[in-house]
Design a protein around this ligand. Structure first.
Ligand code: ADP
Length: 274
């Protein structure tokens, strides 16, 4: 009857509404779970450098008590170096948190200027030489024959390269790391390749998300924000970042950037991520 039809339609509408509500509820629950997990990881990570810092300061103050006269320079230096390293780690973590909040509120601005890519990448890699050597890895760079020039934010592009090289060293199992600049039509690909632990296929789709960490056993440390920030910075500069990886074999991260032919004015413009 027509009444039955109206009733059936209303029933179908309500069922689909309640399915939609259930989906939204599950999504909200997942977001809350991710945020809570992130808070616990963040507190742990922020606390980790504080323990050696506190121990070193206590040890230094004991040393001070031992010396009647001025304390030898090398004794102070030994403690200050450790303190300095831990403060650097803390600063990096806080900077990542600040970047995420800047991105979330659209307050991250870019200072675009005409740059050559190869010297920038070479500089960042030189800064990682020691860290790589300590991990047993070598850093190989192939910048190609043709200079690549584009309009980018120098510090933010350095941060992108730094994040990717940092991860390659961290997850690279001491194997060689290769960085290549590959010119393509209208742009350049910056490729960072390692032969390390690799990434499970199920982790790949969420790797560049906020608060994502692929490694659940927390052996490696880190907030899991680096790749999210990397993606947001690259996209703000008009590019794209992607990854190919095989678990146990290694990973290749590719940053695709647009660039310009050589020549012309060196100008500075600003852009915002809003
Ligand atoms: P984190 O500070 O935890 O390293 P990232 O955002 O830089 O955060 O990376 C997110 C996750 O992606 C890491 O926790 C790690 O599991 C995985 N990952 C990133 N780079 C690599 C890599 N080169 N090899 C294997 N896993 C990686």
């Amino acid at each position: 009857t027509p009444e039955d039809l109206v009733f059936a339609k209303e029933l179908a509408r309500r069922v689909s509404l309640s399915m939609e509500n259930a989906r939204l509820y599950r999504e909200a629950q997942e977001a809350v779970r991710l945020r809570d997990e992130f808070m616990s990881i963040a507190s742990h990570e922020l606390k980790t450098p504080l323990t050696p810092l506190k121990l070193k300061l206590q040890a230094l103050s004991r040393e001070l008590g031992r010396y009647p006269g001025p304390i030898p320079r090398e004794v102070v230096t030994k403690y200050l170096e450790v303190g300095d390293l831990q403060i650097k780690k803390l600063t990096e973590l806080v900077d990542e948190l600040l970047d995420v909040s800047r991105i979330a509120s659209g307050r991250l601005s870019l200072d675009l200027q005409r740059l050559e890519l190869a010297p920038l990448v070479r500089e960042v890699m030189a800064q990682h030489e020691l860290q790589a050597r300590r991990a047993g890895s070598t850093l190989e760079l192939d910048v190609g024959a043709v200079p690549v020039v584009g309009e980018w934010d120098r510090l933010r592009l350095e941060q992108v390269v730094m994040n990717l090289v940092d991860n390659a060293v961290k997850y690279g199992r001491g194997n060689p790391i290769q960085v290549r600049l590959v010119p393509v039509e209208g742009g350049v690909h910056l490729v960072v390749r390692d032969e390390g632990i690799g990434i499970a296929p199920e982790s790949l789709p969420r790797l560049f998300g906020r608060f994502e960490r692929a490694v659940s056993e927390r052996n490696y440390g880190g907030l899991g924000l680096g790749l999210y920030i990397t993606r947001m910075l690259v996209e703000a500069m008009g590019g794209r970042v992607r990854v190919e990886s095989t678990l146990g074999k290694g990973s290749t991260f590719t940053v695709e950037l647009a660039c310009h032919p050589l020549g012309g004015e060196v100008g500075a413009t600003t852009a915002s991520m809003e």
